[in-house]
Write a protein that binds this ligand. Structure first.
Ligand code: FAD
Length: 281
C-alpha cells in the first residue's frame, strides 16, 4: 500500500440555488486546507446528472481544487454513461468515483446495462483508457446486500482487478474492522490504497437512520451516549468530535493512507477533526 497520505472532502449536489451557494462557500473554506480533491455524489439512475456535472466543473474552475464526480451504473444506459464520461474527459476531469449505486425503492434493482461497479470500472477503462484515476467503494463491515463477508471480499478484489486505482470505505466507527478488511484484501493481492471514509457525528437521529440504511454499525456505547444527550447538540458534537478524532488517530497511526471526509456540505465538523489531528494545511 502506498505510504503517501491523501485527504479529501465529499459533497452532495444541492437542489436549490441557495444550497448551491452555501456549498461553494463551504468548499472555498475547505480549499484553504489544501485537500487533494473534492468529490461530489451522483443520484443513481441519473437524477443528479447535470447538478453533479455542474458542481464538479465549478469546484474546479472557481474553487481551484481537483474535483471527482461520483458515477453509478444502476439505472443508466451505456449510452448515457458514455456521454457523461466523454463530457468529464473533455472538461479535463481526472478522477471518478465509480459505483453501482442504489436506486430509490420501487425502481427495481437490476435495471441498467451494467450490473455491478466492477462492470462500470471495466466500461470506463474501455471508453477512456487510463485517463481517469478510478476510485471504488469498500465496506469494512460488509456491504448490506452481500451474500456473506467472504463473498463481499472476493467481489471487492474482482472490482479492484477490473481497473481501480484506489478505494474509499463506507464509514465505520470501529477501526479494527478497517484494519481487518485491509489485511484480508492485501493477502488476496490488493495493493491499492484503501482510504477510510470518515463521518463526523453531529446529529443522532440522522446518523442512526443513515447507518441502518448503509449497513454501518453504530456501536452500543456511542448510541447510548448520544441518546442520553437528547436535544443537547453541543454535547453531541463535542462527544462526536472526540470519538472520531480518536478513531482517526488510530487509523493514521495504523497506516491508513489518508482520510476522506463525508462533509454533508458542512465545513466545521470535518475541520474540527482535521485541526485536532493537526493534519497538514
Ligand atoms: P458493488 O461493488 O457492485 O457491490 C454491490 C453488491 O454486489 C455487494 O454486495 C457486492 O458484494 C455484490 N457484488 C459485486 N459484484 C458481484 C458479482 N459479480 N456477483 C455477485 N455479487 C456481486 N451511492 C450513490 O447512489 N451515489 C453516490 O454518489 C455514492 N457514493 C458513494 C461513495 C462511497 C465512498 C461509498 C462507500 C458508497 C457510495 N454510494 C453512493 C453507495 C453505493 O452506491 C451503495 O453502497 C451500493 O449499494 C453499492 O455500490 P458499490 O459500488 O459498492 O457496488
Amino acid at each position: 500500500m502506498s505510504q503517501e497520505r491523501r485527504y479529501s472532502f465529499e459533497f452532495f449536489p444541492t437542489k436549490t440555488e441557495a444550497g448551491h451557494e452555501k456549498l461553494m462557500g463551504v468548499a472555498r473554506q475547505l480549499a484553504g486546507y489544501n485537500p487533494d480533491f473534492f468529490s461530489c455524489t451522483y443520484g443513481a439512475g441519473g437524477s443528479t446528472r447535470d447538478r453533479t456535472l455542474n458542481t464538479v466543473l465549478q469546484l474546479e474552475s472557481e474553487v481551484k481544487v481537483a474535483a471527482a464526480p461520483h458515477l453509478s451504473c444502476v439505472g443508466d444506459t451505456k449510452a448515457d454513461l458514455r456521454a457523461l464520461i466523454g463530457e468529464y474527459q473533455a472538461a479535463g476531469i481526472k478522477r471518478i468515483v465509480a459505483l453501482r449505486g442504489d436506486l430509490p425503492s420501487g425502481m427495481g434493482m437490476a435495471s441498467g446495462e451494467l450490473r455491478y461497479a466492477s462492470d462500470l470500472v471495466e466500461f470506463i477503462r474501455q471508453e477512456s483508457g487510463d485517463h481517469f484515476h478510478l476510485e471504488v467503494a469498500a465496506y469494512p463491515e460488509m456491504h448490506p446486500q452481500a451474500q456473506n463477508f467472504e463473498a463481499d471480499l472476493a467481489n471487492f478484489v474482482h472490482k479492484v482487478k477490473a481497473g481501480a486505482d484506489s478505494a474509499i470505505t463506507q464509514y465505520f466507527f470501529n477501526a479494527d474492522s478497517y484494519f481487518y478488511f485491509v489485511e484480508r484484501v492485501q493477502k488476496m493481492g490488493v495493493d491499492i490504497p484503501v482510504v477510510p471514509g470518515i463521518m463526523p457525528i453531529t446529529n443522532y437521529s440522522k446518523l442512526a437512520r443513515f447507518s441502518d440504511a448503509c449497513g454501518a454499525e453504530l456501536p452500543r456505547w456511542i448510541r447510548k451516549q448520544l441518546e442520553a444527550y437528547g436535544d443537547d447538540t453541543a454535547s453531541i458534537q463535542a462527544f462526536g468530535e472526540d470519538v472520531i478524532t480518536r478513531m482517526c488517530e488510530q487509523l493514521l497511526q495504523g497506516g491508513a493512507p489518508g482520510l476522506h471526509f463525508y462533509t454533508l456540505n458542512q465545513a466545521e465538523p470535518s475541520l474540527a477533526i482535521w485541526n485536532n489531528l493537526k493534519l497538514p494545511r
